[in-house]
Ligand binder design. Structure first.
Ligand SMILES: [Zn+2]
Length: 187
């Protein structure tokens, strides 16, 4: 059976380009347009690797990465991002490898994909004990949090306006303690 790679990107052009490139290297590719779609496709296709954008409408890449790490820790994740440095992936971006959007060579992508599929370069990030939740900075008094363990949602009263400050809450359904961050910009 062909190795299956899930490409998650809300930009159709970028999504189809990556799917086509991966296909030309002999991988079977499946595409998803956002985080929610990605979770459905993961359940349906059990991909060997996920390649994801970070900034997406609906469920962002940050949230998707957290949920994936919690629910499917065995699946390596390659993240393509314009705002983080591949050499200094911040702890709240839960991926195995990061490529800088728009400034990497296809040969680099190919090498990273092959490494991750061989199980290389997973150690530090896959050992992270707690996946985190990202929330949009909105105007309401409550945030809606999606539990990374049971995937159900529940409201949490807003206590801070500070971006990227670490907050904790317990899931009202399964009591899992969740760490969350407030994300500044989101469509
Ligand atoms: Zn829960």
């Amino acid at each position: 059976m062909a190795v299956c790679i899930l490409v998650v990107d809300d930009e159709p052009q970028s999504r189809e380009m990556h799917a086509a490139v991966l296909g030309s290297w002999g991988y079977k590719s499946v595409v998803a347009r956002d985080g929610f779609d990605a979770l459905l496709k993961v359940a349906e296709h059990s991909p060997d690797l996920v390649v994801s954008d970070l900034r997406m409408r609906g469920m962002s890449g940050f949230e998707l990465l957290s949920v994936l790490r919690r629910r499917y820790p065995e699946i390596p994740v390659l993240c393509i991002s314009s705002e983080y440095d591949p050499l200094h992936i911040p702890p709240h971006v839960v991926c195995d490898t990061l490529l800088k959007k728009g400034s990497y060579e296809l040969a680099e992508l190919r090498a990273k994909v092959a490494e991750l599929l061989r199980g290389q370069h997973r150690a530090s990030h896959s050992k992270r004990p707690e996946a985190v939740v990202w929330l949009p900075k909105g105007r309401d008094d409550y945030y809606t949090v999606t539990c990374t363990n049971c995937l159900r949602t529940f409201p949490v009263r807003r206590t801070t306006e500070k971006e990227h400050s670490e907050e904790h809450t317990s899931c009202t359904h399964c009591q899992t303690v969740l760490t969350y961050f407030i994300e500044g910009s989101r469509a």
